[in-house]
Write a protein that binds this ligand. Structure first.
Ligand code: GDP
Length: 535
């Protein structure tokens, strides 16, 4: 058991759309020999769909709405990054997929509760972009250590030091490059391994479809081969060492520094180095505190957290999958676990690993692994499952919504389906659903972090429940948490309306921040608390 835990790494890639997350995912799968050629998964000239895309909307927009997990084994090649005490170990890597679009950051937030580390993927030419920043803040908030990968080094971009400065200055994270590129952005020849002083020279393969052959040489050979390019990489490395920017495991785990790698996901350069860094440096699964404050450690009896619920992934078998991350103990398919929220038993007869359209049965799993439970009608994001002594993990906080719309079925006779569909989407956490007596059940208000969440609601009500709906904008732009005592007075105010969210919370919506300030000033006695904003 301890060995299974020790050899597991569970991480997510955080990046701005187009930084190369799908390409990198595929490159990792290639290096782990899950696939023999890049392009096998996406199989296309352009990049319209990828392994993790499954919904029509995803295909149309080329974005990933769902979150699933890819598991692969990886055996380090015995490079200096391999742990010295266990050089032959095969590691089990869980890559949990995150939606790419900013509008689904709430989903991404939930995914980040299921991982132990993150890879921050940055486009060498673009540097830090808004979505990367937002997701990085979530990692910081949760104390998730971050490995930084500068991608697309085969294309013109900034210099290593410019990128390092930008990250240090804008987010206060100190990059400690493990490897520095030899050759400027656009002329990617190889990597200087700062820990060994060796040179890793890459050879391109046709279309980057195969693992790029590597040649490892010492400094003299590197200097003879690359001349000035090698010397400048050495100078950069020395400069960084003088500034104290060498890898420090404790500071990395504390979220103060970030090991950095330069790569080209498309050419498969630097991908092995990323895998080696993950196994050598990223933390193995560890314990998780429960609401009562005790910590469930990986060797304890089985426990898991549901971080994602998804229905309609496969229209031919209408089903509902709950994805759980195992926190402790061994999972065996068929075991009966307890659902902490209801106290009811849950039989895990149908357990699957899901990535994109591929599904396979999971018979056994360990802490750090992600398992999809089929027909999990009662499970919701944040729920806990366990065997043995009861454990309930803290709920996943929801994002503060910024977009509010009312939703209405355009055909009056579809009440039942509408209700059923809304309950379904609500329990999955696709959007937050707000109701009040004035508007009634058929006209709930949807609250979202990004407006694209509304589109998912209308698209899924149509495709899965056959209900046509329209979204109508409301004149509200911010929400505060309030209480029963304040509700009546708030409802009397112009530009304010009080709603009950499905979880029971009372939310007051305001037309704008001036209205809120006005009400706060006129009625200091009212409860108006900011909602949790994760980013
Ligand atoms: P995602 O939106 O983050 O998943 O990005 P994709 O993996 O779909 O990549 C976006 C675009 O960048 C695609 O056209 C890729 O072919 C391209 N791309 C990804 N990685 C690299 C790279 O290392 N070098 C170059 N030149 N292009 C890349």
């Amino acid at each position: 058991m301890a060995r299974e835990v020790r050899r597991r790494r569970t991480f997510a890639i955080i990046s701005h759309p187009d930084a190369g997350k799908s390409t990198m995912t595929e490159a990792l799968a290639l290096h782990a020999r899950m696939i023999s050629e890049a392009g096998a998964i996406h199989g296309k000239a352009g990049r319209k769909s990828t392994v993790s895309d499954w919904m029509e909307m995803e295909k149309a927009r080329g974005i990933s709405v769902s979150s699933t997990a890819l598991q692969f084994n990886y055996t380090p090649s015995g490079s200096p990054a391999a742990p010295p005490d266990d050089p032959d170990a095969t590691y089990v890597i869980n890559l949990v997929d995150t939606p790419g679009h900013a509008d689904f950051s709430e989903d991404t937030y939930r995914v980040l509760t299921a991982v132990d580390a993150a890879v921050m993927l940055i486009d060498a030419a673009k540097g830090l972009e808004p979505q990367t920043l937002k997701l990085f803040q979530v990692c910081r908030h949760r104390g998730i250590p971050v490995i930084t990968v500068i991608n697309k080094w085969d294309r013109p971009g900034q210099t290593p030091l410019e990128l390092i400065d930008e990250i240090t200055e804008r987010i206060g994270l100190i990059p400690t490059p493990l490897l520095l590129p030899v050759g400027i952005a656009g002329d990617f020849r190889g990597l200087l391994d700062r820990r060994t002083g060796e040179y890793v020279a890459f050879t391109r393969t046709a279309g980057g479809a195969k693992i790029a052959p590597e040649e490892i040489m010492d400094a003299d050979a590197a200097s003879a081969r690359e001349g000035g390019e090698w010397e400048s990489a050495l100078e950069e490395s020395e400069l960084l060492s003088e500034m104290g920017q060498d890898h420090d495991q404790e500071m990395f785990l504390a979220g103060q520094t970030s090991p950095m790698i330069f790569a080209s996901a498309m050419l498969n350069f630097g991908v092995r180095q990323l895998l080696e860094a993950l196994v050598a440096l990223a933390p193995a699964p560890s314990g998780r505190a429960s609401v009562s404050g005790d910590v469930r450690v990986p060797t304890d009896p089985f426990s898991a957290v549901v971080f994602k619920v998804q229905a309609g992934m496969d229209t031919s078998h209408r089903d509902r999958l709950a994805f759980m991350r195992i926190v402790s103990g061994e999972f065996e398919r068929g075991m009966v676990v307890t659902h902490a929220q209801t106290g009811k038993p849950f039989a895990t007869k149908y357990a699957q690993a899901v990535f994109g359209r591929d599904r396979s049965t999971v018979d056994r799993a360990y802490p750090g692994d992600v398992v999809g439970l089929v027909n999990a009608m009662t499970l919701a994001p944040g729920d806990s499952l366990f065997t043995g002594p009861k454990v309930q993990f803290p709920p996943i906080p929801s994002f503060a919504p910024e977009h509010f719309s009312s939703l209405r079925a355009t055909t009056a006779d579809k009440y039942k389906q509408f209700r059923k569909g809304m309950d379904q989407l609500d329990s999955e956490g696709v959007v937050q659903v707000l109701r009040n007596d004035l508007r009634g059940d058929m006209a709930p208000v949807l609250a979202a972090v990004g407006p694209m969440q509304f589109e998912v609601v209308t698209a899924r009500l149509k495709s899965e429940f056959n209900v046509d709906t329209v979204i109508e904008g409301l004149g509200y732009s911010l929400a505060r948490r309030t209480d029963e005592a304040s509700a009546a007075e708030l409802n009397r105010q112009r530009g304010v309306e009080v709603f009950t969210r499905t979880d029971g919370a009372l939310l007051a919506l305001f037309s704008d921040k001036w209205r809120l300030q006005f009400v706060e000033k006129e009625h200091p006695e009212l409860t108006l608390d900011p909602l949790v904003a994760a980013a």
